[in-house]
Design a protein around this ligand. Sequence first.
Ligand SMILES: CC(C)(COP(=O)(O)OP(=O)(O)OC[C@H]1O[C@@H](n2cnc3c(N)ncnc32)[C@H](O)[C@@H]1OP(=O)(O)O)[C@@H](O)C(=O)NCCC(=O)NCCS
Length: 149
Amino acid sequence: MRVTEMRASHLDALAAIERACFAEPWSADALREELGRGIFLTAEADGAAVGYVGCQTVLDEGYITNVAVSPGFRRRGAARALLAELETRAWAQELSFVTLEVRASNDAAIALYTGAGYVPVGRRKNFYRAPVEDAVLMTLFLREPEGQV
Ligand SMILES: CC(C)(COP(=O)(O)OP(=O)(O)OC[C@H]1O[C@@H](n2cnc3c(N)ncnc32)[C@H](O)[C@@H]1OP(=O)(O)O)[C@@H](O)C(=O)NCCC(=O)NCCS
């Protein structure tokens, strides 16, 4: 397994993973819009895309759009490797933090993010649809907020 930048050749496989994972999946065209922007990384196994992480960046802030791993490739460290490479690149780009929303019932993802150093920082009521559910906000702090010591 290796982690590389997301490329056009990954998009169809990643859109299929999106459909397998989410009620409102991103399409290949939506993913194509992100090529060369932010920090979008693909996990490849035997040359095939098996998962990805997307992180949009604005100034020194990172916003994870999605993390998804093919159902047949879970629990083999792909998501952990994707988040580790994302963190390396976030440091290199001098981001102050990387943040995300996760369904409150998504124990697997919350365990993944907690293990990667993300901490809960808030909750958005009824943030998700299909089904309606709260979002937990989790953030990986890379630099102390201004004014704090
Ligand atoms: C969440 C998800 C990305 C994890 O991907 P993965 O490649 O299987 O995760 P990893 O193998 O890298 O696991 C890393 C750690 O995350 C946690 N974790 C992952 N899956 C878990 C599960 N089903 N239950 C509990 N903890 C889990 C564990 O702490 C795990 O470490 P361990 O295997 O040493 O115990 C994957 O289950 C997925 O695609 N889910 C559907 C999409 C989704 O919910 N994305 C998150 C949206 S915010």
